[in-house]
Design a protein around this ligand. Structure first.
Ligand SMILES: [Zn+2]
Length: 218
């Protein structure tokens, strides 16, 4: 019997101090790069994707997109443990962030259905006026998995760059994908509530937004 699987080869490319959005304090980080390999009897044989970079906080161990360094990296002589503010730089678009929360919701339960793909494409296209191919969606799903992003760690770095209206759209998109096949599972509901807290949306407004999600799917 052939034993075939995949594994991630990981290496550290940069160390330093950044403002960890999860700890809300200055912490040591490592910028890590992983490359997925196809394995045969647990031996990596063929690389099956490009290098993927992510930033790991050495205190809470949360993983963040590498963009976090553009916004939160501190001069190399900054001691870890403080609570100072961050650097600024160019910011990802609403479409980028919307696609990420959709992908995070899709992979939450470990598998992706046709119903979810259909809803994800429709709601993304209506909210951004841009087409979303299956490939783009699939790439986003494998990226959030390879970066080990969670809803919490992603929104910790991206919430502050989105307007209030965009935050409500992101919540609606998450809910639409989560409910694409009917019942919303506990794990996904937990993810949506994490997003509500991280995006700082009041309960009443949250409920209104969730109830209005259907308008995007008509
Ligand atoms: Zn941290």
């Amino acid at each position: 019997m052939l034993l075939i699987g995949t594994m991630n080869w990981s290496s550290t490319r940069l160390k330093g101090v950044f403002h960890c959005p999860h700890c809300d304090a200055n912490q040591n980080f490592r910028l890590k790069a992983t490359r997925p390999f196809l394995t045969l009897y647990f031996i990596p044989v063929i690389p099956i994707g490009g290098l993927q970079e992510f930033v790991e906080c050495q205190s809470c161990r949360e993983a963040f997109e590498s963009i976090v360094l553009a916004n939160h990296m501190l001069p190399s002589d900054t001691p870890a443990g403080g609570g100072d503010s961050a650097y600024k730089s160019s910011e990802p678009t609403f479409g980028h962030d919307l696609l990420h929360v959709i992908a995070l919701m899709m992979v939450e339960d470990g598998h992706v259905t046709e119903g979810e793909i259909d809803v994800a494409q429709r709601i993304f296209e209506k909210m951004t006026d841009q087409a979303l191919s299956r490939d783009q969606l699939g790439n986003a799903c494998s990226q959030v998995q390879q970066h080990r992003l969670s809803i919490l760690s992603f929104l910790a770095t991206s919430a502050s760059r989105r307007t209030h209206e965009e935050k409500l759209l992101m919540l609606q998109a998450m809910f639409a994908v989560a409910s694409a096949d009917g019942q919303v599972t506990d794990g996904r509901m937990q993810g949506i509530l994490t997003a509500q807290a991280e995006l700082e949306i009041e309960p009443q407004e949250f409920e209104g937004a969730i109830n209005a999600t259907d308008q995007w799917l008509k």
